[in-house]
Design a protein around this ligand. Structure first.
Ligand code: ADP
Ligand code: MG
Length: 372
């Protein structure tokens, strides 16, 4: 089922008389396509949970509407919306077994929704099978690992066959390995059930790896929506460019002079269509190619081997980051002794931003370089 957000806004009044109101979600308009997994991504406090709570009905919007399919659900209470919720803390009932925890939401169904014992058991087993905890049905939550507890919580959210599945940082309490494994599981479950799912996280890698679409938010405002790879490749502004990618994008102060980009005194790239002036230059770690006659000269600090990647750590007087991290292939590892390392720059991994507005400045490369 598609979910339509129309000018969705939540303003919390200030707690004190002089304080400012908080625009937790500001005019969010978007249509979440049916059957997709959408990652809602942004730093802590940017309004992710509030957005999710507006969709589930736990919070009422100050302005705007929420539709599930063609139904306006803005005025419906959460229990009438048919949403499944999963939170960071699993919130299982400690005195109930796994089976009883999963059955719990079904036991409160009334009227024409009411199920027989047999039907309830079948549903619970199906949900447990889907998250692969069917062998643990008679245990108590305290007898499960964190990852298993979160699976129970997911089964409990699925057992009512929700129209929409909403997950708020569901992996944050798990250790690194389990986080990785459980996010793959969530992707698989979402694919198998085809339930439209909104997944909230502050972890860009997590969102990028499992989402069909990501929504990048900051201070209640949506900055960019798109497929993970296209948002990474075509960030609309400095915030989005910085927020995505590990290692992060490398930033330099630069300037454009007669359609040439300069970092310090070195001419780095032709940038057709750019006006003269100061710019912030962002170069992705994979945008550097070590080359004897490269146009950016850095001071080499060290080489770090990180599994299959090699990272050259260097410094540059115009860099805005403390160090520049470039990811290069193992054959290209330079001799660290010389002190200076020169790089060629890939135009399609280089981004210019207006220093005042932080908006992206588009440019065209040379004819061979093509659009960037
Ligand atoms: P996130 O989930 O992205 O970390 P939240 O949606 O929880 O962010 O919060 C967004 C903003 O709204 C924050 O500035 C937060 O302090 C504020 N906020 C959240 N809930 C309330 C509330 N009940 N009253 C006042 N301010 C709130
Ligand atoms: Mg939150």
């Amino acid at each position: 089922m598609k979910v339509v957000l129309q000018d969705l806004t939540k303003i919390y009044p200030s707690r004190t008389r002089k304080g400012e109101e908080v625009r937790a979600v500001d005019a969010f308009t978007f249509e979440i396509p049916d059957g997709k997994l959408v990652g809602l991504l942004g730093p802590s406090g940017c309004g992710k949970s509030t957005t999710l709570n507006l969709i589930s009905g736990l919070e009422a919007p100050t302005k705007g509407k929420v539709f599930f399919g063609e139904d306006d659900v803005t005025a419906l209470p959460p229990e009438k919306r048919g949403v499944g919720l999963v939170f960071q803390n699993y919130a299982l009932y400690p005195h109930l077994t796994v089976r009883q925890n999963i059955l719990f939401p079904l036991q409160n169904l009334r009227g024409k929704e009411k199920l027989t014992k047999q039907e309830m058991n079948t549903r619970a087993e199906e949900a447990a099978g889907l998250v692969q905890i069917d062998a643990l049905m008679d245990r108590k939550p305290s007898e499960l690992s964190g990852g298993q507890q979160q699976r129970v919580a997911i089964a409990r959210a699925l057992v009512k066959m929700p129209r929409i599945l909403l997950m708020d940082e569901p992996l944050s309490n798990l250790d690194a390995r389990l986080r990785l494994q459980t996010r793959e599981e969530i992707r698989r479950i979402q694919r198998e059930t085809g339930i439209t799912t909104i997944f909230v996280t502050h972890d860009q890698e997590e969102a990028m790896s499992i989402s069909d679409l990501i929504v990048v938010m900051k201070d209640g405002v949506v900055h960019q929506i798109g497929k993970p790879q296209s948002v990474y490749d075509e960030p609309v502004n400095l915030f989005v460019a910085k927020f995505l990618g590990t290692p992060g994008i490398n930033l330099f102060t630069g300037r454009v002079q007669q359609e040439t980009l300069l970092i310090g005194e070195e001419a780095v790239l032709p940038v057709k269509g750019c006006a003269d002036g100061k710019v912030i230059v962002g170069i992705r770690p994979e945008g550097f190619i070590p080359s004897e006659h490269g146009c950016v000269s850095c001071h080499m600090e060290r080489v770090e081997v990180m599994g299959r990647d090699t990272s050259v750590v260097s410094t540059h007087p115009c860099a805005l980051n403390e160090v520049i991290r470039s990811i290069i292939s193992a054959e290209d590892v330079p001799n660290a002794a010389s002190g200076v390392i020169r790089f060629e720059i890939k135009p399609n991994k280089t981004y210019l931003f207006n220093p005042a507005t932080e908006e992206r400045i588009r440019f065209t490369g040379t004819e061979q370089g093509g659009e960037t």
